[in-house]
Design a protein around this ligand. Structure first.
Ligand SMILES: [Zn+2]
Length: 127
């Protein structure tokens, strides 16, 4: 795990790389799959995933002990690839060029063509 400040220092330009091994764990830490880690780092994105990633918050409030759990969304056939939606939202506008840079090649019928997810719309009256 690394802090957000360390992630910015190490990978600040990663918005232009079109791929990432970083997983935003909580407000304090990011899991850096570039440094060791386990085989979960190889789970690909899909626009029609068969899993989802959940952050399980430590009951004692210790943010270093929060965990990412991969949960299946349906029965998985033997040998079937596990996928989840990375849910990537960049801090910069999602231009057509960036969408191409973060291209999705999941090949599912509902593929959006990009790993970048629509930004949450602000509620009426939100600051
Ligand atoms: Zn896709």
């Amino acid at each position: 795990m690394i802090t957000h400040a360390e992630a910015n220092r190490l990978y600040g330009g990663s918005v232009e790389q079109g791929h990432t091994f970083l997983f935003n764990l909580n407000e304090s830490y990011i899991i850096d799959g570039n440094q060791g880690g386990n085989s979960a780092r190889w789970i690909n994105h899909s626009c029609t995933p068969n899993c989802r990633a959940e952050v399980h918050v430590n009951i004692d409030g210790d943010t270093r002990r929060d965990r990412v759990i991969i949960v299946t969304l349906r029965d998985i056939a033997p040998g079937e690839e596990l996928t989840y939606n990375y849910g990537i939202v960049l801090e910069v506008p999602h231009t057509p060029r960036l969408k191409r840079l973060w291209a999705c090649r999941c090949g599912t019928p509902r593929c959006s063509g990009t790993l970048l997810q629509p930004r949450a719309r602000r509620r009426a009256g939100a600051a």
